[in-house]
Write a protein that binds this ligand. Structure first.
Ligand code: C5P
Length: 246
C-alpha cells in the first residue's frame, strides 16, 4: 500500500469521515465508496466501537486510512503508541501540537525507526493546532495569552520544526499556515459543505471549490456524502467541483 505524498488528483484529496457507530457500517461505506475517495478517516467514535479490528478491515479492503484520534500525552507514551501504529496500514495519524515540540519530535523519530525496522512506509503525521471548537474566550480560560488566529500558525510552525508533515485546520486558517509553513506542508481541512448540502452543525463552512482555491491539500467530508440519497453521486459531484478549480 502506498502512502499519500502530497495528494495530486481531486479524488486523492477527498477524505471521507467514517462517523458511524459500528465496524459493519464503516466497512459498507468503504466498499461502496472506495473508488470515489482517496482516504477514509477513522475517528474516536468508530475506534471506540471497532477497536483494532478496524485496521484489519481497512487492510482487507486495500484502502488508505487516516487514524484521527489526536494523541496528546507525554513524549514517551505518544512515541510508543505511534510505533504500534506503524505496520497497521495506517497512511496518516495525528497528534495535538499543544503536546509540545519534544513529544512531536519523539513521535516522528519513533515512527521512522519502526517503519525502517518493519520495512514499511512511515505514516504521514499531522498536528491539530487548536481545535476549531475553541473560541478566543476559551483559549483565554485555558491560559493562552494569544488569540486562536495567532496561535494556529505558531503551533503549525512548531509542528513543522518538529518534523511533522502537516496540520488539520479550518479552511479559514489555510492562508496564515501557508505563510508560516510554506508550500510543502500538508493542510487537511474539515468543515466543508457543497452549496447543495445541509450545514448540519458546522458553523464556519467553505465549499469544496473554495477550500481547494484557498490551498487546502485534503478535504475531510462526512455527512454531505454519507447522508446523501446517492452517496456515490454526492462524492462524484464533490470531486468534480474540486476539479473545476484546477
Ligand atoms: O460530517 P462532516 O462533514 O461535518 O464531518 C467532518 C469530520 O471532520 C468529522 O469527523 C469531524 O469530527 C471532523 N472535524 C471537524 N472539525 C474539526 C476537526 C475535525 O469537523 N475542527
Amino acid at each position: 500500500m502506498t502512502n499519500p505524498t502530497k495528494a495530486r488528483t481531486a479524488r486523492e484529496k477527498l477524505i471521507l469521515a467514517l462517523d458511524v457507530p459500528s465496524l459493519d457500517e464503516a466497512v459498507d461505506l468503504v466498499k461502496e465508496l472506495k473508488d470515489e475517495v482517496g482516504l477514509f478517516k477513522v475517528g474516536l467514535e468508530l475506534y471506540a466501537h471497532g477497536g483494532t479490528r478496524l485496521f484489519e478491515a481497512m487492510r482487507a479492503e486495500g484502502v488508505l486510512f487516516f487514524f484521527d484520534c489526536k494523541f496528546h500525552d507525554i513524549p514517551n507514551t505518544v512515541a510508543r503508541a505511534s510505533e504500534a501504529l506503524v505496520g497497521q496500514g495506517i497512511a496518516m495519524f495525528n497528534v495535538h501540537a499543544a503536546g509540545g515540540f519534544e513529544m512531536m519530535h519523539a513521535t516522528v523519530a519513533a515512527a521512522q525507526r519502526a517503519a525502517q525496522d518493519a520495512n514499511v512506509q512511515v505514516p504521514k503525521i499531522i498536528a491539530v493546532t487548536m481545535l476549531t471548537s475553541i473560541s478566543d474566550k476559551e483559549a483565554e480560560e485555558i491560559g493562552f495569552s494569544a488569540t486562536v488566529s495567532e496561535l494556529v500558525p505558531k503551533l503549525a510552525l512548531l509542528s513543522k520544526k518538529a518534523g511533522l508533515d502537516g496540520v488539520v485546520a479550518s479552511a479559514k486558517e489555510v492562508n496564515a499556515i501557508r505563510k508560516a509553513c510554506g508550500p510543502d506542508f500538508f493542510i487537511v481541512t474539515p468543515g466543508i459543505r457543497p452549496s447543495w448540502s445541509s450545514n448540519d452543525d458546522q458553523k464556519r463552512i467553505v465549499t469544496p471549490a473554495q477550500a481547494i482555491k484557498d490551498g487546502a491539500d485534503y478535504l475531510v467530508i462526512g455527512r454531505p456524502i454519507t447522508q446523501a440519497s446517492s452517496r456515490r453521486d454526492a462524492a462524484r459531484r464533490i470531486v468534480e467541483e474540486m476539479e473545476s478549480t484546477t
